[in-house]
Design a protein around this ligand. Structure first.
Ligand SMILES: *Cc1c(COP(=O)(O)O)cnc(C)c1O
Length: 340
C-alpha cells in the first residue's frame, strides 16, 4: 500500500469529475467564449457576492495578479512571515510587481490588526516605502492549516480602510476554513477587495484557481493574466472540474479534517514524537524527540509505504485529502501505533 500524505494536491479527479470534464461545453476562453469558464466565474462571483471573477491556471498566478492590481513598483505590502506569497511564489512579488514585503511574525501564519498597525509606514515619511496592501492567508499553509478568527479579519478591514490599504486574501484553502467556521463565502467577499481561491487543493481538481474582485479589478486582472501568459483556450474542460468540485466535493472536506485530528492523536501517542501543532483543518505539523533523526523517521515510514515531507527546521508535515481513503487511514494509524 502506498499512502501519499505529502500534500492535498496529489489527488486525481474522481470519476464524476472526469465525466463532467469530458462532457463540458467549451469555447475559446481567450475570446471569453467558453461557456463552462464563464459559468464557473459567474457562479463563484455570485457565491462570494463579488462583481466578477477570473479563472486562472494556478493560485500563484491569482495571488501575483492581485498584488500587481493593488500596487505600484517601490511600494510595500504587509504579510505574515510564513506567507505563501513570500516563500513559495519564486520571488514574484518583487519580480512581477517591484514590491517589497514587510514580514510580521504572527501566530501560525495569522497576523493581527495590532501587529499590522505597527508595520504601516507613515505616509508622510518619504524615506520608507509606501504601504499599500495587506495580504492574509486562510487557512495558513506553512502555519499548519490554522484558521483566522473572523472578528480579527473585520478589525483588519477597519484598519485597512482607515489607512487606505487594499486587503487581499490568499484563500487557496479558504474552503477548508469555511468548513470549520460559521462564516459564509459572502462574509469573506464583503471584507476583502480581492480573493484568490484554489480548486486543486482539498477540492481535488487537477488544475484551477479563481480570482474574485470588483468588475474594475477583474478587468485589470484580465490584462495582467495576459502579460503573465495565463490565457487558456478550451479551458472549460478544467472549469467543469472546478464547478463539479464546488457542487460535489466541498462537503467531503469535513472527512479530511476528522482524519487529520485522528492522525494528530496517533502522533501525540508515539514515543518518537515530541509535539504536534494544533490541528484545525487538514494539515498536521509535528516535531520529533531531540534524539530522533528526521531523515530516518521519514525513511522508516516510507519503507512502510507512508509518504510525507519535512518543512525544515524540525517540522514534519502530513496533509489529508480526498484520495486518502478510510482503509489507508486505518493502516497509517495502526502503523504509527506499532512503530518501534
Ligand atoms: C497552494 C497554495 C497557493 C497556490 O499554489 P499553486 O500551486 O500555484 O496553485 C497559494 N497559497 C497557498 C497558501 C497555497 O497553499
Amino acid at each position: 500500500m502506498v499512502v501519499n500524505l505529502i500534500s492535498d494536491t496529489v489527488t486525481k479527479p474522481s470519476q464524476g469529475m472526469l465525466d463532467a470534464m469530458l462532457s463540458a461545453e467549451v469555447g475559446d476562453d481567450v475570446f471569453k467564449e467558453d461557456p463552462s469558464v464563464n459559468g464557473l466565474e459567474e457562479e463563484v462571483a455570485r457565491l462570494f457576492g463579488k462583481e466578477a471573477a477570473l479563472f486562472f491556471p494556478s493560485g500563484t498566478m491569482t495571488n501575483q495578479t492581485a498584488i500587481k492590481i493593488h500596487t505600484q513598483p517601490g511600494q510595500q505590502l504587509i504579510c505574515d512571515h510564513y506567507s505563501h506569497i513570500y516563500h513559495y511564489e519564486g520571488g514574484g512579488v518583487s519580480f512581477n510587481s517591484g514590491v517589497s514585503c514587510r514580514l510580521i511574525a504572527g501566530d501560525r501564519g495569522r497576523i493581527s490588526a495590532e501587529l499590522i498597525e505597527d508595520a504601516i509606514n507613515p505616509p508622510d515619511f518619504y524615506h520608507s516605502p509606501t504601504t499599500r496592501l495587506v495580504s492574509l492567508e486562510n487557512t495558513t499553509n506553512k502555519g499548519g492549516g490554522a484558521v483566522y478568527d473572523f472578528s480579527e479579519i473585520k478589525k483588519i478591514k477597519t484598519l485597512c480602510d482607515q489607512h487606505q490599504l487594499a486587503l487581499h486574501l490568499d484563500g487557496a484553502r479558504l474552503w477548508n476554513a469555511l468548513e470549520v467556521t460559521q462564516e459564509t463565502p459572502e462574509d469573506y467577499g464583503a471584507v476583502f477587495d480581492t480573493l484568490s481561491l484554489c480548486f486543486s487543493k482539498g477540492l481535488g481538481c487537477p488544475v484551477g484557481s479563481v480570482l474574485l474582485g470588483s468588475q474594475k479589478a477583474i478587468d485589470h486582472a484580465l490584462r495582467i493574466r495576459k502579460v503573465l501568459g495565463g490565457g487558456m483556450r478550451q479551458a472549460g474542460f478544467l472549469a467543469a472540474a472546478a464547478t463539479y468540485a464546488l457542487h460535489h466535493h466541498r462537503a467531503d472536506l469535513a472527512e479530511d479534517h476528522k482524519k487529520a485530528k485522528e492522525l494528530s492523536a496517533a502522533l501525540e501517542a508515539s514515543k518518537f514524537v515530541q509535539s504536534v501543532a494544533p490541528v484545525e483543518t487538514n494539515i498536521v505539523i509535528f516535531s520529533l524527540m531531540p534524539d530522533q533523526s528526521e531523515t530516518e523517521f521519514i525513511q522508516k515510514l516510507k519503507a512502510k509505504g507512508i509518504l510525507f515531507i519535512s518543512l525544515g527546521k524540525g517540522k514534519l508535515r502530513m496533509v489529508t485529502h480526498r484520495d486518502y481513503t478510510d482503509s489507508q487511514h486505518d493502516y497509517v494509524l495502526t502503523t504509527l501505533t506499532k512503530l518501534n
